[in-house]
Ligand binder design. Structure first.
Ligand SMILES: C[S@@+](CC[C@H](N)C(=O)[O-])C[C@H]1O[C@@H](n2cnc3c(N)ncnc32)[C@H](O)[C@@H]1O
Length: 278
Protein backbone atom coordinates (compact mmCIF):
# COMPACT_ATOMS: atom_id res chain seq x y z
CA UNK A 1 0.00 0.00 0.00
CA UNK A 2 1.15 3.55 -0.83
CA UNK A 3 2.31 5.49 2.26
CA UNK A 4 2.90 9.15 2.98
CA UNK A 5 6.10 9.95 4.87
CA UNK A 6 6.47 13.10 6.95
CA UNK A 7 9.00 14.52 4.45
CA UNK A 8 6.70 13.95 1.48
CA UNK A 9 3.78 15.46 3.42
CA UNK A 10 5.91 18.58 4.00
CA UNK A 11 6.59 18.84 0.26
CA UNK A 12 2.84 18.67 -0.45
CA UNK A 13 2.19 21.26 2.26
CA UNK A 14 4.76 23.54 0.59
CA UNK A 15 2.97 23.27 -2.79
CA UNK A 16 -0.35 24.07 -1.07
CA UNK A 17 1.11 27.06 0.77
CA UNK A 18 2.84 28.54 -2.28
CA UNK A 19 -0.02 28.10 -4.75
CA UNK A 20 -3.14 28.57 -2.64
CA UNK A 21 -2.06 29.97 0.72
CA UNK A 22 -3.32 26.82 2.46
CA UNK A 23 -1.73 26.00 5.78
CA UNK A 24 -1.58 22.20 6.14
CA UNK A 25 -0.62 21.47 9.74
CA UNK A 26 0.95 18.13 10.63
CA UNK A 27 -2.37 17.01 12.15
CA UNK A 28 -3.62 16.68 8.56
CA UNK A 29 -1.09 14.02 7.54
CA UNK A 30 -3.46 11.06 7.92
CA UNK A 31 -6.32 12.83 6.15
CA UNK A 32 -4.06 13.79 3.24
CA UNK A 33 -2.59 10.27 3.11
CA UNK A 34 -6.08 8.75 2.88
CA UNK A 35 -7.26 11.17 0.21
CA UNK A 36 -4.14 10.74 -1.96
CA UNK A 37 -4.22 6.94 -1.62
CA UNK A 38 -7.88 6.82 -2.58
CA UNK A 39 -7.26 9.13 -5.56
CA UNK A 40 -4.37 6.96 -6.79
CA UNK A 41 -6.40 3.76 -6.35
CA UNK A 42 -9.22 5.18 -8.47
CA UNK A 43 -6.74 6.30 -11.13
CA UNK A 44 -4.77 3.18 -11.84
CA UNK A 45 -2.62 2.94 -8.70
CA UNK A 46 0.93 4.16 -8.11
CA UNK A 47 2.98 5.41 -5.19
CA UNK A 48 2.32 8.72 -3.43
CA UNK A 49 6.04 9.56 -3.70
CA UNK A 50 5.98 9.28 -7.52
CA UNK A 51 2.76 11.26 -7.71
CA UNK A 52 4.32 14.08 -5.69
CA UNK A 53 7.49 14.04 -7.80
CA UNK A 54 5.32 14.45 -10.91
CA UNK A 55 3.54 17.41 -9.33
CA UNK A 56 6.86 19.03 -8.45
CA UNK A 57 8.41 18.53 -11.90
CA UNK A 58 5.91 19.39 -14.63
CA UNK A 59 2.34 19.62 -13.44
CA UNK A 60 -0.47 20.82 -15.71
CA UNK A 61 -2.99 23.33 -14.37
CA UNK A 62 -5.52 20.49 -14.22
CA UNK A 63 -3.13 18.29 -12.14
CA UNK A 64 -2.91 21.13 -9.67
CA UNK A 65 -6.67 21.64 -9.53
CA UNK A 66 -7.09 17.92 -8.82
CA UNK A 67 -4.60 18.20 -5.95
CA UNK A 68 -6.40 21.31 -4.66
CA UNK A 69 -9.66 19.36 -4.52
CA UNK A 70 -7.93 16.53 -2.65
CA UNK A 71 -6.63 18.96 -0.03
CA UNK A 72 -9.52 21.35 0.46
CA UNK A 73 -12.99 21.12 1.96
CA UNK A 74 -16.25 22.41 0.46
CA UNK A 75 -18.59 22.23 3.47
CA UNK A 76 -21.34 24.83 3.09
CA UNK A 77 -25.07 25.36 3.56
CA UNK A 78 -27.87 27.76 2.66
CA UNK A 79 -28.23 30.85 4.88
CA UNK A 80 -25.34 29.44 6.90
CA UNK A 81 -25.07 32.34 9.35
CA UNK A 82 -28.56 33.85 9.75
CA UNK A 83 -27.13 36.82 11.71
CA UNK A 84 -25.23 37.94 8.62
CA UNK A 85 -28.34 37.87 6.47
CA UNK A 86 -30.25 39.73 9.21
CA UNK A 87 -27.47 42.36 9.21
CA UNK A 88 -27.75 42.84 5.44
CA UNK A 89 -31.53 43.15 5.72
CA UNK A 90 -31.24 45.80 8.43
CA UNK A 91 -28.24 47.81 7.22
CA UNK A 92 -28.49 47.48 3.46
CA UNK A 93 -31.74 46.20 1.99
CA UNK A 94 -34.24 48.02 4.25
CA UNK A 95 -32.54 51.45 3.81
CA UNK A 96 -32.22 50.86 0.05
CA UNK A 97 -35.88 49.88 -0.21
CA UNK A 98 -36.96 52.91 1.86
CA UNK A 99 -34.73 55.29 -0.09
CA UNK A 100 -32.65 56.30 2.95
CA UNK A 101 -29.56 54.76 1.34
CA UNK A 102 -28.52 55.01 -2.29
CA UNK A 103 -26.03 53.12 -4.44
CA UNK A 104 -24.66 54.69 -7.64
CA UNK A 105 -26.76 53.76 -10.68
CA UNK A 106 -28.98 51.62 -8.38
CA UNK A 107 -26.32 48.93 -8.89
CA UNK A 108 -25.72 46.51 -6.03
CA UNK A 109 -22.70 44.22 -6.30
CA UNK A 110 -22.01 41.33 -3.92
CA UNK A 111 -19.15 38.83 -4.01
CA UNK A 112 -19.24 35.33 -2.57
CA UNK A 113 -15.47 34.92 -2.60
CA UNK A 114 -15.20 31.22 -1.68
CA UNK A 115 -18.60 30.15 -2.94
CA UNK A 116 -18.11 26.37 -2.71
CA UNK A 117 -20.99 24.52 -4.39
CA UNK A 118 -23.29 27.54 -4.45
CA UNK A 119 -25.40 27.58 -1.28
CA UNK A 120 -23.87 30.92 -0.25
CA UNK A 121 -24.27 32.92 -3.49
CA UNK A 122 -27.75 31.49 -4.11
CA UNK A 123 -28.76 32.44 -0.55
CA UNK A 124 -27.55 35.99 -1.26
CA UNK A 125 -29.54 36.03 -4.50
CA UNK A 126 -32.71 34.73 -2.80
CA UNK A 127 -32.48 37.41 -0.13
CA UNK A 128 -31.98 40.12 -2.75
CA UNK A 129 -35.07 38.92 -4.65
CA UNK A 130 -37.13 38.94 -1.46
CA UNK A 131 -36.06 42.37 -0.26
CA UNK A 132 -35.40 44.26 -3.49
CA UNK A 133 -37.94 42.82 -5.93
CA UNK A 134 -37.10 43.53 -9.59
CA UNK A 135 -39.99 46.04 -9.78
CA UNK A 136 -37.92 48.39 -7.58
CA UNK A 137 -35.51 48.79 -10.47
CA UNK A 138 -32.24 47.81 -8.77
CA UNK A 139 -29.55 46.07 -10.80
CA UNK A 140 -28.31 43.31 -8.46
CA UNK A 141 -25.45 40.97 -9.28
CA UNK A 142 -23.73 38.35 -7.15
CA UNK A 143 -20.29 37.25 -8.29
CA UNK A 144 -19.56 33.70 -7.12
CA UNK A 145 -15.95 32.54 -7.23
CA UNK A 146 -13.94 29.58 -6.03
CA UNK A 147 -10.82 27.78 -7.19
CA UNK A 148 -12.10 24.24 -6.87
CA UNK A 149 -13.42 22.28 -9.86
CA UNK A 150 -15.82 20.42 -7.57
CA UNK A 151 -17.14 23.69 -6.16
CA UNK A 152 -17.56 25.41 -9.53
CA UNK A 153 -19.24 22.35 -11.09
CA UNK A 154 -21.66 22.17 -8.15
CA UNK A 155 -22.34 25.88 -8.34
CA UNK A 156 -23.09 25.69 -12.07
CA UNK A 157 -25.31 22.61 -11.68
CA UNK A 158 -27.21 24.37 -8.83
CA UNK A 159 -28.89 21.06 -8.02
CA UNK A 160 -28.97 19.77 -4.46
CA UNK A 161 -30.06 16.73 -2.46
CA UNK A 162 -32.72 17.05 0.18
CA UNK A 163 -30.00 16.76 2.86
CA UNK A 164 -28.18 19.82 1.48
CA UNK A 165 -31.20 22.07 1.93
CA UNK A 166 -31.08 22.52 5.70
CA UNK A 167 -31.26 26.26 6.27
CA UNK A 168 -33.92 26.82 3.60
CA UNK A 169 -37.40 27.46 4.98
CA UNK A 170 -40.37 25.68 3.32
CA UNK A 171 -41.41 29.07 1.87
CA UNK A 172 -38.01 29.62 0.26
CA UNK A 173 -37.91 26.07 -1.06
CA UNK A 174 -41.30 26.51 -2.65
CA UNK A 175 -40.45 29.87 -4.15
CA UNK A 176 -36.87 29.37 -5.31
CA UNK A 177 -36.37 25.63 -6.02
CA UNK A 178 -37.94 23.15 -8.35
CA UNK A 179 -37.91 19.39 -7.94
CA UNK A 180 -35.81 17.56 -10.52
CA UNK A 181 -37.36 14.37 -11.85
CA UNK A 182 -35.31 11.34 -10.88
CA UNK A 183 -34.46 8.97 -13.75
CA UNK A 184 -37.08 6.20 -14.10
CA UNK A 185 -36.59 3.41 -11.55
CA UNK A 186 -34.07 5.40 -9.50
CA UNK A 187 -34.45 5.16 -5.75
CA UNK A 188 -32.08 8.05 -5.02
CA UNK A 189 -32.89 10.93 -2.69
CA UNK A 190 -35.00 13.73 -4.22
CA UNK A 191 -33.02 16.50 -5.95
CA UNK A 192 -33.84 20.16 -6.20
CA UNK A 193 -32.65 22.75 -8.69
CA UNK A 194 -32.38 26.48 -8.06
CA UNK A 195 -34.81 28.32 -10.33
CA UNK A 196 -33.64 30.54 -13.20
CA UNK A 197 -34.92 33.67 -11.46
CA UNK A 198 -32.23 33.13 -8.77
CA UNK A 199 -29.48 31.77 -11.01
CA UNK A 200 -29.79 34.77 -13.34
CA UNK A 201 -28.44 37.03 -10.59
CA UNK A 202 -25.31 34.91 -10.03
CA UNK A 203 -22.21 35.07 -12.21
CA UNK A 204 -19.79 32.18 -11.62
CA UNK A 205 -16.03 32.48 -12.18
CA UNK A 206 -12.82 30.76 -11.13
CA UNK A 207 -10.63 32.85 -8.83
CA UNK A 208 -7.66 31.93 -6.67
CA UNK A 209 -7.87 34.21 -3.64
CA UNK A 210 -4.10 34.59 -3.50
CA UNK A 211 -3.85 35.91 -7.06
CA UNK A 212 -4.76 39.34 -8.51
CA UNK A 213 -8.44 40.28 -8.38
CA UNK A 214 -8.45 41.50 -11.98
CA UNK A 215 -11.90 42.62 -13.15
CA UNK A 216 -13.44 42.27 -9.68
CA UNK A 217 -15.03 45.12 -7.72
CA UNK A 218 -15.99 47.55 -6.44
CA UNK A 219 -18.36 45.58 -4.19
CA UNK A 220 -21.00 46.69 -1.71
CA UNK A 221 -20.66 43.40 0.18
CA UNK A 222 -18.07 40.63 0.16
CA UNK A 223 -18.66 37.28 1.86
CA UNK A 224 -15.22 35.83 2.64
CA UNK A 225 -16.55 33.19 4.94
CA UNK A 226 -14.99 30.01 6.29
CA UNK A 227 -11.95 30.10 4.05
CA UNK A 228 -9.41 32.18 6.02
CA UNK A 229 -9.32 29.41 8.64
CA UNK A 230 -7.31 27.41 6.09
CA UNK A 231 -4.75 30.20 5.54
CA UNK A 232 -1.68 31.13 7.56
CA UNK A 233 -1.40 34.65 9.02
CA UNK A 234 0.59 36.13 6.11
CA UNK A 235 -1.93 34.82 3.58
CA UNK A 236 -4.86 36.14 5.65
CA UNK A 237 -3.19 39.54 5.72
CA UNK A 238 -2.53 39.46 1.96
CA UNK A 239 -6.09 38.39 1.11
CA UNK A 240 -7.77 40.92 3.40
CA UNK A 241 -5.53 43.69 2.03
CA UNK A 242 -6.64 42.75 -1.49
CA UNK A 243 -10.25 42.74 -0.26
CA UNK A 244 -9.79 46.29 0.99
CA UNK A 245 -9.01 47.27 -2.58
CA UNK A 246 -12.28 45.86 -3.96
CA UNK A 247 -14.81 46.74 -1.22
CA UNK A 248 -16.18 50.25 -1.83
CA UNK A 249 -15.88 52.80 1.00
CA UNK A 250 -18.83 52.10 3.32
CA UNK A 251 -19.14 48.53 1.97
CA UNK A 252 -19.01 45.39 4.11
CA UNK A 253 -16.72 42.39 4.47
CA UNK A 254 -18.28 39.37 6.24
CA UNK A 255 -16.05 36.56 7.53
CA UNK A 256 -16.87 33.23 9.20
CA UNK A 257 -17.95 33.16 12.83
CA UNK A 258 -14.65 31.45 13.77
CA UNK A 259 -12.62 34.05 11.84
CA UNK A 260 -11.46 37.56 12.68
CA UNK A 261 -9.48 40.45 11.21
CA UNK A 262 -8.08 41.37 14.60
CA UNK A 263 -4.29 41.44 14.62
CA UNK A 264 -4.10 41.74 10.82
CA UNK A 265 -3.55 45.51 10.76
CA UNK A 266 -5.91 46.30 7.86
CA UNK A 267 -8.12 49.40 7.72
CA UNK A 268 -11.54 47.71 8.09
CA UNK A 269 -13.62 48.67 11.15
CA UNK A 270 -15.87 46.22 13.05
CA UNK A 271 -19.57 46.69 12.22
CA UNK A 272 -21.10 43.61 13.91
CA UNK A 273 -19.95 40.12 14.92
CA UNK A 274 -17.67 38.91 12.06
CA UNK A 275 -18.71 41.83 9.83
CA UNK A 276 -16.43 44.72 8.97
CA UNK A 277 -16.99 48.03 7.19
CA UNK A 278 -14.52 49.76 4.93
C1 LIG B 1 -15.52 25.54 3.74
S1 LIG B 1 -15.83 26.21 2.15
C2 LIG B 1 -16.71 27.70 2.57
C3 LIG B 1 -17.90 27.93 1.68
C4 LIG B 1 -18.79 29.13 2.02
N1 LIG B 1 -18.05 30.37 1.96
C5 LIG B 1 -19.44 28.98 3.37
O1 LIG B 1 -19.06 29.66 4.32
O2 LIG B 1 -20.35 28.15 3.48
C6 LIG B 1 -14.20 26.84 1.71
C7 LIG B 1 -14.05 27.11 0.22
O3 LIG B 1 -12.87 27.88 0.03
C8 LIG B 1 -12.29 27.49 -1.21
N2 LIG B 1 -10.88 27.93 -1.21
C9 LIG B 1 -9.88 27.55 -0.38
N3 LIG B 1 -8.72 28.15 -0.73
C10 LIG B 1 -9.00 28.93 -1.80
C11 LIG B 1 -8.22 29.80 -2.61
N4 LIG B 1 -6.91 29.98 -2.41
N5 LIG B 1 -8.84 30.45 -3.62
C12 LIG B 1 -10.17 30.27 -3.85
N6 LIG B 1 -10.95 29.46 -3.12
C13 LIG B 1 -10.37 28.80 -2.11
C14 LIG B 1 -12.50 25.98 -1.23
O4 LIG B 1 -12.44 25.47 -2.54
C15 LIG B 1 -13.89 25.84 -0.61
O5 LIG B 1 -14.90 25.78 -1.58
Amino acid sequence: MSTLTETTFKRIAEIARRRWGLSLGERKIQLVANRLASHLRKNGGGEIEQYVQRLERNPTDEDMLVLFDLLSTNVTSFFRDPAHFAFLERELYAPLAHGTLAVPGRKLRLWSAACSTGAEPYSLAMQALELLPPAMGFDVKIIATDLSNKALDGCRAATYNESQLTGLSPERRARFLQKVDAPKGATAEARWKVKDEVRKLVEIRRQNLVENYTGLGPFDVVFLRNVMIYFDRDTRHEVVTRMHGVVRPGGYLAVGSAETLSGLDVPFRPAAASIYIR
